[in-house]
Design a protein around this ligand. Structure first.
Ligand SMILES: NC(=O)C1=CN([C@@H]2O[C@H](COP(=O)(O)OP(=O)(O)OC[C@H]3O[C@@H](n4cnc5c(N)ncnc54)[C@H](O)[C@@H]3O)[C@@H](O)[C@H]2O)C=CC1
Ligand SMILES: O=C(O)[C@@H]1CCC=N1
Length: 266
């Protein structure tokens, strides 16, 4: 994999950087670029990696990981275009940005992999989906997967599904945190101290997630096991159905996928 350069060291850039270091990669093989000087200094200090200008980083890198906002991708690609070599691998993490967009902005024949990761990568429980562009060799695709595998699970998906991936696992952690916030709020309404409600909700989420993964049972079966006839859960779920929560999730995730598709023209 040689030297990996992370372009844009914000939330996701730091998440990937720290994951690669936890995965055993040497700080000497990692460089970052960051427009905000104070942020670059913070990460240099914290992780012992070099911070370079974009062009310098492109020159030394074997693998270039683009982690700027979709709106900043085109400017970044224009800056580094002439320094991306034929045998480099370019991994683009920006929501909505297609491999075709990146390929067009670079010189002919460059290897581009599109990836949608998520923030649980920070605790090595990430879910990343990868799609290869037109000029990626099987070995380069494996390399991209290995890069992401340092921070969690990796799936390969056809690129047309990346907008759906973004709506599901990319943005997904935010929906879960939103539900957790609502459940904590409900605990407070029921008279429970906030810290206690938080502990109960977070452990319930962790337990439920672990059950889904470890039993392999469908969520419907697990939900039915909790729902006693005429009981408390049935009363609560009826309210959620009356408030169209399931339909709201579908509409919300359709909106996320639509926005991802729109960002391709960012
Ligand atoms: N935050 C998330 O949960 C996820 C984010 N993504 C994608 O990752 C990308 C980054 O997102 P975040 O880390 O959340 O954003 P962020 O705003 O925290 O980080 C982006 C960083 O790039 C820097 N930057 C911008 N233009 C630059 C340039 N030309 N050269 C060097 N640095 C530059 C900014 O100063 C900033 O620190 C986005 O494209 C987003 O779609 C993908 C999956 C999940
Ligand atoms: O909200 C966003 O646009 C990014 C992409 C997926 C998660 N965060």
């Amino acid at each position: 994999m040689g030297t990996v350069a992370i372009f844009g060291a914000g939330v996701m850039g730091e998440t990937l950087l720290s994951g690669l270091l936890r995965g055993g990669r040497s700080a000497d093989d990692l460089v970052i670029t960051e427009r905000r000087a104070e942020r670059a200094a913070e990460l240099t200090e914290k992780y012992g990696v070099r911070a370079l200008e974009n062009v310098e980083a492109a020159k030394v890198a074997d693998t270039l990981v683009l982690v700027v906002k979709p709106q900043d991708i085109r400017g970044l690609l224009a800056e580094i275009r002439d320094h991306v070599a034929q045998d480099n691998l370019v991994v683009c993490i920006a929501a909505g940005i297609t491999t075709g967009t990146v390929e067009t902005a670079l010189a002919d024949g460059r290897a581009v992999v599109r990836v949608m990761p998520n923030t649980p990568a920070l605790v090595d429980q990430g879910m990343a989906a990868v799609s290869a562009g037109r000029h990626v060799s099987p070995a380069q695709l494996e390399e991209a997967k290995a890069l992401l595998a340092a921070t969690g699970k990796v799936a390969e998906v056809p690129e047309y599904l990346q907008d759906a991936v973004t709506a599901i696992s990319g943005s997904g952690p935010a929906y879960i945190f939103y539900v957790v916030e609502a459940m904590i709020e409900a605990g407070v309404v029921l008279g429970m101290p906030r810290t206690m409600a938080t502990e109960l909700v977070v452990q319930t989420l962790y337990g439920a997630a672990t059950m889904m993964r470890e039993t392999g049972q469908h969520p419907t079966v697990l939900r039915e096991q909790v729902t006693s006839p005429g009981g408390t859960t049935a009363a609560a779920l009826r309210e959620l159905d009356d408030h169209k929560v399931r339909a709201a999730f579908i509409t919300a995730m359709e909106a996320a996928a639509k926005r991802s598709a729109e960002l391709s023209g960012a």
